[in-house]
Each structure stands twice: as structure tokens, then as C-alpha cells.
Design a protein around this ligand. Structure first.
Ligand code: SF4
Ligand code: SF4
Length: 217
């Protein structure tokens, strides 16, 4: 089998009506034309077992057991079908990888052994590299604040995360939720102070190495 080209253009055509008597064939109408981009799919091969995405059997197990399914714009099953169809632009604009809570439930249950959660991370990295922000910008902002806090202190901090995210991006919603925040604080569920790990320099070195190893995908 010859290798699949990484990008190509595809026209979808349908027969428009029956052929008139005496005419050789019915007229073909172009429905749409779009670019097919298989580059990202090819790059996934660099991930450990990344090539398995092409082995998805479309069983739907992943979407069926995902705890955040109602919030996904595409199930992992559909995302992989779109990737195989060369719809990389649409996949990179999807909210799904940003909504994924990295619970690994889909990964441990996928009958094809696809590392679905790792693919979600790869999609997020690529979306950032490609400057894709259109539909997932709010999720990206939240993820970026979370990553900054954890990489600086080695621990998440709900109060810092929520105040920075809500105050700057959803101030009205924050005002509405202030009562709940206060109750959580009083019950000790949302401490004011930020916990820090001891070896933060070690964490920074580890993160830099991970970035270096993960470059490209
Ligand atoms: S569980 Fe695995 S094989 Fe089934 S649809 Fe999801 S990714 Fe594909
Ligand atoms: S890892 Fe992400 S996509 Fe998979 S089940 Fe959990 S939340 Fe859903």
C-alpha cells in the first residue's frame, strides 16, 4: 500500500438529478472542497504507541465512559475519525482536549490500546504551537494559569487559580460565586496560602527536560 500524502485537496461530488434522456451521464455537483492534512497524524507516530490512533475501531467506549462527555464538543472517537479524515484544523480548534480532565479512564479501557489521554496532551501542545485559540481560548487561559502556578510552586492552589482566572476573565461570575468561596474558605477547603514543594529548582529542571524531549509532538 502506498503511503498516504500528508496534505491533499479533496472534492466531494454528488450526482445532481438523473441523466436526461440521451445524455451520457448525470451532472456532477461539487458539494465542498477542503484541504486534507495528515501531518499531525504522521507526527503522532513519534509518541510511544502514537501510531495506534490509526487503529481506532470506532467502538465508542471512550466517549461512553468519559466523565466530562456532556462538555466535549467531539468525543475522542470522533476526534480520531476526524484526524484520519485529514480534518486537522477542526481537531486543533476543538475544545475536547482542553476539557479532558486527564482521568485516564478511556486509556485503560480502550480495546485498541490507544493512549487517548496522551493524544489529548499532544493535541493541546500542537494547538498552542500553532496559535489556535478560536474556540478553546477560555480553556487555554485556565490551563495556562494552572500550569504557571504548578511549575512555579510545585503545587496547585485553588484560591490563586480561581481568583486569577475568574477575576480577569469572568468577574461577574466571580462576584456571584463569592458566597460559595467564602464557605469553602471557612471550612478549610480553599486555603489562602500557597503550599510550595522544597526542591522547586529540581522541578524546573525536570520540566525543562520534559519540554525538550516532547518537542515536535
Ligand atoms: S475506545 Fe479506543 S477504539 Fe474505541 S472508539 Fe475510543 S479510541 Fe477508538
Ligand atoms: S482521560 Fe479525558 S477523554 Fe479520557 S475519559 Fe478521562 S476526561 Fe475523558
Amino acid at each position: 500500500m502506498s503511503p498516504q500524502p500528508e496534505t491533499e485537496s479533496r472534492q466531494e461530488k454528488v450526482f445532481q438529478g438523473a441523466a436526461a434522456p440521451g445524455e451520457p451521464s448525470a451532472e456532477l455537483k461539487t458539494l465542498f472542497e477542503r484541504k486534507q492534512d495528515h501531518q499531525f497524524l504522521a507526527e503522532l507516530d513519534k509518541l510511544p504507541e502514537g501510531a495506534k490512533v490509526k487503529m481506532c475501531i470506532q467502538c465508542g467506549t471512550c466517549g461512553g465512559m468519559c466523565p466530562v462527555t456532556p462538555l466535549l464538543d467531539h468525543s475522542p472517537r470522533r476526534l480520531f475519525a476526524m484526524l484520519r479524515a485529514g480534518m486537522t484544523d477542526e481537531v486543533l480548534d476543538a475544545a475536547t482536549p482542553w476539557v479532558c480532565s486527564s482521568c485516564y479512564r478511556c486509556t485503560v479501557n480502550c480495546p485498541a490500546g490507544i493512549k487517548i489521554t496522551e493524544v489529548m496532551y499532544a493535541l493541546k501542545r500542537r494547538a498552542i504551537q500553532a496559535g489556535r485559540k478560536a474556540r478553546s481560548s477560555d480553556y487555554q487561559r485556565f490551563a495556562s494559569i494552572f500550569t504557571r502556578i504548578v511549575s512555579r510552586h510545585g503545587r496547585s492552589h485553588e484560591m490563586g487559580l480561581l481568583s486569577r482566572y475568574m477575576m480577569f476573565h469572568h468577574p461577574v461570575a466571580m462576584a456571584k460565586q463569592s458566597g460559595l468561596g467564602m464557605r469553602l474558605m471557612l471550612k478549610g477547603r480553599m486555603p489562602l496560602t500557597q503550599e510550595k514543594i522544597k526542591d522547586r529548582e529540581g522541578l524546573r529542571r525536570m520540566a525543562a527536560k520534559a519540554l525538550e524531549l516532547g518537542e515536535g509532538v
